[in-house]
Design a protein around this ligand. Structure first.
Ligand SMILES: NC(=O)c1ccc[n+]([C@@H]2O[C@H](COP(=O)([O-])OP(=O)(O)OC[C@H]3O[C@@H](n4cnc5c(N)ncnc54)[C@H](OP(=O)(O)O)[C@@H]3O)[C@@H](O)[C@H]2O)c1
Length: 254
């Protein structure tokens, strides 16, 4: 595929992200605490996470191993960050979440598969086939954007993992309900895990400095900011004593 065709696909996908962002402020994605049985057939929650996140892990691993440029420069560094994140999301995170009766609508799982096929497909193909060895050579490795992006990615990942860890451990064995999370960045926002994820992919876009990475960062923001708002509103509805000064996702801002 030529770079021109590839870029057109990226811009098209970016446009869809912006449209989805707007829609998601009006339609709550029905999984986790917002799950509902009115969206058609339901699937096991843990398996849904594994199945829907697996394409991202598999596609990036494929391009890393078989891509033309994966090892001619340092593109493998970018692949490694992505694969590391998705190894957690596909395998470790679903194993760790507490089992409940709750299920996920099949349509949500299918949407997430499409999301992962597109984002991993675009990013993997660009890094493996459209970038040159010079694009991710020695200069790139020491560029300020690379160092800043790596720091943001690692910081975001730490925030995401630590917050998910706190949330998952709110339930004692056998419990299925919800509690008000406290400590760490929950002091400032209702969804520090989603804040961490937005930081991670913003960092990835800064270090990769290419169109598909930017597209994925926009998609992550588009998905997670409305989801954080939904979580925040839900907490206020459910708990009368929910801390009033907490923001939704960005400390002090929103
Ligand atoms: N890249 C993307 O676009 C994208 C999109 C979606 C999610 N993600 C990532 O996937 C992860 C999960 O996202 P999410 O929105 O589903 O997270 P979430 O609603 O915060 O839930 C995370 C886990 O903690 C449990 N939990 C949450 N709040 C709780 C509370 N107050 N009391 C007891 N248990 C609680 C949830 O149980 P229940 O499932 O029973 O509610 C779930 O197992 C996050 O790390 C997020 O960043 C990424």
């Amino acid at each position: 595929m030529s770079l021109e065709t590839f870029n057109i696909i990226c811009y098209f996908w970016l446009g869809i992200a912006i449209a989805v962002h707007v829609v998601m402020f009006f339609v709550t994605a029905p999984f986790g605490r917002h799950t509902t049985t009115t969206w058609g057939p339901m699937v096991n929650n843990k398996w849904a996470w594994i199945i829907m996140e697996f394409p991202s892990l598999a596609i990036m691993s494929y391009f890393l191993i078989f891509g033309s440029n994966s090892f001619t420069g340092y593109a493998w560094v970018l692949f490694s960050f992505w694969i590391f994140h998705y190894a957690n999301r596909t395998i470790i995170y679903p194993i760790r979440i507490k089992p409940t009766e709750k299920k996920m609508p099949l349509v949500i799982m299918l949407n997430a598969i499409l999301f992962n096929l597109m984002n991993a497909g675009l990013n993997g193909y660009f890094l493996a086939e459209l970038s040159s060895p010079e694009r991710y050579g020695n200069e790139w490795l020491t560029a300020p954007t690379t160092i800043m992006g790596i720091a943001l990615f690692i910081g975001g990942m730490y925030i995401n993992w630590q917050s998910d860890h706190i949330l998952i451990n709110l339930r004692k064995p056998g419990e299925t309900g919800y509690k008000i999370p406290t400590g760490f960045l929950f002091k400032y926002v209702s969804s520090p895990n989603l804040f961490g994820e937005v930081l991670e992919w913003t960092g990835f876009a800064i270090m990769a400095w290419n169109l598909p990475a930017l597209t994925f960062a926009v998609w992550t923001f588009a998905n997670l900011v409305p989801r954080a708002k939904n979580h925040h509103d839900w907490y206020h509805e459910k708990f009368e004593d929910y801390p009033k000064n907490r923001k939704r996702i960005f400390p002090y801002l929103f």
